[in-house]
Design a protein around this ligand. Structure first.
Ligand code: ZN
Length: 308
């Protein structure tokens, strides 16, 4: 049985009804119980274990970091309110030495408890959205944070346009085919930027006006030349780098000949289950086939297929 997907185990009630009540959010922030997750230069505060470290309101206020930072109300875990704090991207990290160090998700995600990795992803997605949407897409005026960080509103009275945190859907698909001898194989490709030997599932952004199923078929055709028939949804995974939602599918190939038209992949092959069972981990040394990290949905799809 597959372990749960990384980034999908948030312990929070998002408490949507509270967001619009500024006085209530302020009371949750200052009430002595708040846990504040800071992000600086796309890095997150962790201790040595590593576990996610949070600041209390008092610590954040003492460090004078609340005034020019983006503070987002994330929700409640039992009665505990959680916030994300987007610090200015200064050259030197803020001085939280006693409480931990700033690390990238790649440095810590494999080691964090699932609930903490999910909190980190949610906080990260919200802060990156604020940092990338300071101006109105309609009129170009500045925007201000509204609804405790869950929307931004244009400051031009003539405009008043309101925008919401965006999520960019990406389809990622394990394509399989059973040959005449009855052996099942799956189609994996590699981008030039992957570590040597690593292959992964076919993936790409969903385009405007397109269904998920059409996106699966289009990406398969563009990247591999393989024609895909039946498409089945498996699972989804938030992927805040910066704003993706990975939508995992299984699909049946109608053809097997490979040609790489868009050159996004530098190689693409059919692999047997035995090939994949003998493969190494993404970051392992040595030659041979390697699989994506265990926290990626690509690996989840592969392991699910191997288990059948
Ligand atoms: Zn505007």
């Amino acid at each position: 049985m597959n372990p749960p997907l990384t980034y999908t185990m948030s312990p929070l009630d998002r408490a949507v009804m509270i967001r619009g009540d500024l006085a209530r959010v302020q009371a949750l922030l200052t009430g002595g119980n708040a846990r504040i997750l800071p992000m600086w230069n796309q890095q997150h505060l962790v201790d040595e274990e590593p576990r996610l470290r949070f600041l209390t309101y008092e610590e954040a206020a003492t460090a004078s970091i609340l005034s020019d930072a983006a503070l987002v109300f994330l929700g409640l875990a039992d009665e505990t309110p959680w916030f994300a704090l987007g610090l200015p991207n200064t050259d030197a990290p803020p001085d939280f030495a006693i409480r931990g160090t700033f690390k990238t998700p790649a440095d810590v995600v494999a080691l964090l408890p699932g609930e903490e990795a999910s909190l980190m992803a949610y906080a990260r997605a919200m802060i990156l959205w604020h940092q990338n949407h300071r101006h109105c897409g309609r009129c170009g005026a500045q925007t201000d944070m509204t609804e405790a960080g869950h929307s931004r509103t244009c400051t031009s009275p003539a405009c008043g346009n309101r925008t919401f945190p965006r999520t960019d859907p990406v389809v990622i698909t394990l394509i399989t085919h059973r040959d005449k001898s009855g052996e099942e194989k799956c189609l994996l490709g590699r981008q030039a930027k992957f570590p040597p030997g690593m292959y992964s599932c076919v993936a790409g952004f969903v385009e405007a006006g397109e269904t998920l199923e059409a996106a699966v078929r289009r990406e398969a055709a563009e990247e591999t030349g393989v024609v895909v028939g039946d498409v089945r949804y498996v699972a989804s995974q938030p992927w805040p780098f910066p704003a993706s939602l990975m939508l995992g599918f299984r699909a049946d190939a109608l053809t097997t000949e490979i040609h790489r038209d868009d050159e996004e992949l530098e190689d693409c092959r059919w692999f047997s289950k035995a090939d994949l069972r003998n493969a190494g981990e993404r970051d392992s040394n040595g030659p041979g086939l390697k699989l994506p990290n265990r926290f990626a949905i690509a690996r989840f799809l592969i392991e699910g297929w191997l288990a059948t």
